[in-house]
Design a binder for this molecule. Structure first.
Ligand SMILES: [Cu+2]
Length: 274
């Protein structure tokens, strides 16, 4: 190789190295961009087990037809899930054997209901609802669309004088409809996966459970204060659930199980330590 050719080759190598460095610099610069940083943060938040704090998330929006009701009066609750272009979503994925799970609970964590509304041709979900007591109720639409599990929430106000209840003290046994439900848990700590096990008895004897929503039971966990909705994973063959409580505090657990064709709900206060 002659000297001028060697120099030219060296210059070409330099150009490649500096070119790559310039590209890398550009890429690094992009991460300092506030929009890119916010997008990264959003992705981290999507991994959070907490849901149900927003009316709009993951490109979906909960559109409630009405936000007021009268106490102890059956009304037609109607809502749509809108996509990012404002169009009603009509295709939903099956989750726990249903395409839509509707959870209602008063702000003081009383009056829990779990309903399965019907989807109309125009993308409107409807179900008859009766809210017994006055107060503010949280309405959670729990669904999956395009493979994205999402829980959106809004409020329905029930007019009238409100008598609120303190969260009951944590106890390991709850009575409902003549059944006794016992909760067994280990050390339930914030940020760790916790196992929650339930046993249902009647007159001291264990009760044969029917399948409900593709498992032996269904569990909803809500955080006191902001009513954050925790996603809980059921074990298909027993009343065992895995839940990760994001922080220390008080939570209300609503266990649902099915016996002889009827669904029953038992509620527990769960304290989560640091
Ligand atoms: Cu459901």
């Amino acid at each position: 190789m002659t000297a001028p050719v060697k120099l030219a080759a060296f210059a070409a190598v330099l150009a490649v190295v500096f070119g790559a460095a310039a590209l890398a610099g550009g890429a690094v610069g992009r991460f300092h961009d506030p929009a890119a940083a916010a997008a990264d943060k959003g992705m981290n938040m999507a991994a959070d087990p907490v849901r149900g704090l927003a009316v709009s998330e993951n490109g979906f929006t909960l559109d409630l037809a009405r936000r007021t009701a009268r106490p102890d009066t059956t009304f037609r609750l109607a809502f749509r899930i809108l996509d990012k272009d404002g169009r009603p979503v009509r295709d939903f994925d099956l989750e726990h054997t249903k395409r839509m799970h509707l959870i209602l609970v008063r702000r003081d964590l009383t009056g829990f209901q779990h309903l399965h509304p019907v989807l109309g041709a125009e993308g409107t979900w409807t179900t008859p609802v009766k809210l017994l007591q006055s107060g503010t109720y949280r309405v959670f639409a729990d669904f999956s669309a395009d493979g994205t599990p999402t829980t959106l929430a809004d409020d329905v106000q029930v007019d009238g004088p409100v008598r609120s209840h303190e969260l009951p003290a944590p106890v390991k046994t709850a009575a409902t409809d003549g059944f006794r439900v016992r909760l067994t848990d280990g050390a339930v700590r914030a940020g760790e996966e916790s196992e929650l096990r339930f046993a249902v008895t009647r007159d001291g004897r264990s009760v044969p459970l029917q399948d409900y929503l593709g498992a032996k039971g269904h569990l909803v966990a809500l955080r006191q204060g902001d009513l954050a909705f925790l996603h809980v994973h059921p074990d298909a063959s027993s009343l065992r659930f895995e839940a990760t409580f994001p922080n220390a505090g008080s939570y209300r657990l609503f266990l649902q199980f099915k016996v002889a064709g009827r669904v029953h709900t038992a509620a527990f206060t769960q304290e989560v330590s640091r």
